[in-house]
Design a protein around this ligand. Sequence first.
Ligand SMILES: [Zn+2]
Length: 184
Amino acid sequence: MKTPRRRPDPTAATALAPDPVVAVPAPESALPDDISEAPDRLRKERVIHTRVPAVLEAELKRFADSLRVPVSNLIRTILEDAVAVADRAGQSVERELLTVAQRVGNERERMRDAVAKLDPLDGVYGFQPLVLHVRAYCARCSQALEPGTAAHLALSEAPGARRFVCNNCVPSPQSAEPPKGVEP
Ligand SMILES: [Zn+2]
């Protein structure tokens, strides 16, 4: 009996599995121009589904964990970065994306700063109070939240890792920013 030929994969458990699919909120800079004419709510929640090698997925998850940000935020930052670089250099975005795996390894500091500029609660429409039964981190201040801690689950339509916030970081009527595009 012959084993189907597959490229070698160091993660043996997933060697025969297809590449995992990662859903990534689309960066606005990657959208076609006519979309930018659309109302904010139409632009905001677009999602790209893409296949990535299992090894890259594992590396992205590990990196996102170390930054304590959702993996989708990290990938969006990388995409926006790649699009910007490709624009400057007049190269194709595809070619630029091919080097992303290396750059994730080589440019952690710069990527960390880029990710930090993202709103950690982007796309969140509300907060559900709960008592944690797992260890988590506050998506806004990165404080460790131990099991048994009262915290809030951030609710969002966008796919991605669950985000929790500590009691101090839940917006209050005084601190909450009005939705973008709404004139006072
Ligand atoms: Zn917090």
